[in-house]
Design a protein around this ligand. Structure first.
Ligand code: MG
Length: 208
């Protein structure tokens, strides 16, 4: 699949917004990663030299098979090509400085290797928006677990919302936000993220 735009949603699970001491959003917080940030197993996640605080954020990823503008919530499920599991790797120290200064998160969120991604599992047209168990383990120890039904903004809502701002296209991805339990990973660690055993990824962390 040729990847187009990579949309990411911030604060889409209540408990994660709480742990970040952030207000619950009344509309989605959206940012972008460049397609060059994507890696697939077994490529390592590289913590760049300018950061000492790399965090894992396991997320359900939606791949679009079609797009358009002003898509209704009813039409949105028909745009879904399939699902994968991804990691929105985040340089939390760099992001904290950006937040404080009111600057964009691009460096903290879009650096090389910041978007580990599984294969995409085709959506079932009869059940286009299933509920997945999303989990993340670091060195075999569980750090994150949630049902994707706990998202504040659902997948159809996000597709509708994004299409009022951006023209959506085949190949676009949506990283739908992370549940609570985010935390530091260091060089030498191994991160596993899974959608209920349906699809999973495992990546080691190295130093840049
Ligand atoms: Mg995230």
């Amino acid at each position: 699949m040729n990847v187009g735009k990579i949309f990411c949603v911030g604060r889409n699970y209540r408990e994660h917004a709480n742990e970040m001491k952030a207000e619950l959003p009344t509309e989605p917080v959206i940012f972008l990663k460049p397609p060059s940030a994507i890696i697939h197993p077994p490529e390592p996640i590289v913590r760049p030299a300018f950061s000492k605080e790399l965090h894992h954020e396991a997320e359900l990823v939606v791949a679009l098979g079609s797009g358009g503008r002003n898509i209704s919530a009813e039409e949105a499920p028909g745009c879904i090509l399939g699902y994968g599991v991804g990691l929105d790797m985040t340089l939390r120290d760099v992001q904290a400085v950006a937040k404080k200064k009111g600057l964009p998160w691009t460096t903290a969120k879009g650096f090389d290797t910041s978007a580990p991604l599984s294969e995409i599992i085709p959506a079932d047209p009869a059940h286009p928006v299933p509920v997945f168990d999303l989990t993340c383990r670091v060195n075999g120890i569980e750090r994150q677990r949630a049902k994707t039904s706990e998202m504040i903004f659902s997948v159809p809502f996000l597709i509708r919302y994004l299409s009022t701002i951006f023209t959506l296209e085949k190949g676009d991805l949506i990283f739908t936000g992370t549940p609570s339990g985010v935390g530091v990973v260091n060089p030498g660690d191994t991160i596993e993220a899974s959608l209920g055993g349906v699809v999973s990824i495992e990546h080691g962390v190295t130093e840049g």
